[in-house]
Design a protein around this ligand. Structure first.
Ligand SMILES: [Zn+2]
Ligand SMILES: [Zn+2]
Length: 209
C-alpha cells in the first residue's frame, strides 16, 4: 500500500510504503504531517529512505528518527554530505535553515534491494541532480519513486552543487530503458503531481530528444 503525502509548499512530496515493514520515502520539512499520518494508520516506520541529500527532502529526518527510530537510508555518496554536514550540497544555506548533520544507518548502493516483506524496493543510482540521487522501483505495482531526477512534467535542476546535465541525461536513459522493458505504471516524484511511465518518454523527448 502506498500513501502519498503531497507537498503544499516548497518542501518535497513524501510517500509511505506499507508492507510487513514500512518505508518512508523522504521526510520533507514538515515531519509532523507524517507523524500524524502514521498515527492515523497506527503504524511505525522501519526505513526512512532519502532520495537525495537536499534539505527539502531531509529536514524532517531527525524528528522522524526520534519518534519512530527508523533507519535512515541514503545513497552512500549523498550520505557523506549529510553526515559531514556539507551545507553546500544539502542546500541548508540556500533554504536559510540550520542543519547539523545526521548519522546514516544504511548507505545504499545501486541494485540493492530493500525488503519490506511482500513489497521490495530496488535502489537505482541516478546521479545528475545530486551525485548520490536515487530512484526506487517497486516491481509488483511497477511504481517508480523518482525523487528530483524526473517529475511528471520536467527534470531535476543540474545547476546546484553536485549537479551534472550529462549524468542526468544518462540516468533518465536508464529509467527509459526500465520503462521500455518493464512498463513503469506510475511515477511518484519528489515534487509536483504523480505521473505515469509514459511521462518518462515524453520528458526525455522534450529535454534530450
Ligand atoms: Zn526537491
Ligand atoms: Zn533536490
Amino acid at each position: 500500500m502506498i500513501y502519498a503525502i503531497m507537498s503544499t509548499s516548497f518542501d518535497s512530496n513524501c510517500y509511505i510504503i506499507k508492507s510487513k515493514k514500512v518505508a518512508l520515502v523522504d521526510s520533507g520539512i514538515n515531519p509532523e504531517k507524517i507523524l500524524r499520518k502514521i498515527n492515523e494508520l497506527n503504524i511505525g516506520i522501519d526505513f526512512l529512505i532519502n532520495t537525495h541529500c537536499h534539505y527539502d527532502h531531509i529536514a524532517g529526518d531527525l524528528r522522524i528518527k526520534e519518534k519512530t527510530n527508523a533507519k535512515i537510508c541514503v545513497h552512500k555518496i549523498d550520505a557523506e554530505s549529510m553526515e559531514g554536514n556539507n551545507k553546500e550540497e544539502t542546500l541548508a544555506d540556500l533554504f536559510g535553515c540550520k542543519f547539523s548533520g545526521i548519522k546514516i544507518d544504511l548507505k545504499l548502493t545501486d541494485g540493492q534491494m530493500m525488503d519490506l516483506g511482500k513489497i521490495k524496493l530496488k535502489v537505482i543510482h541516478t546521479p545528475g541532480h545530486t551525485r548520490g540521487s536515487i530512484c526506487l522501483y517497486e516491481p509488483k505495482s511497477k511504481s517508480l519513486f523518482s525523487g528530483d531526477t524526473i517529475f511528471s512534467d520536467g527534470i531535476g535542476r543540474t545547476d546546484l552543487p553536485g549537479g551534472d546535465w550529462i549524468k542526468l541525461k544518462e540516468s533518465i536513459e536508464r529509467l527509459l530503458k526500465l520503462h521500455r522493458s518493464s512498463g513503469v505504471e506510475k511515477i511518484y516524484p519528489g515534487h509536483g503531481s504523480i505521473g505515469s511511465g509514459d511521462d518518462i518518454e515524453k520528458i526525455y523527448r522534450i529535454y534530450f530528444g
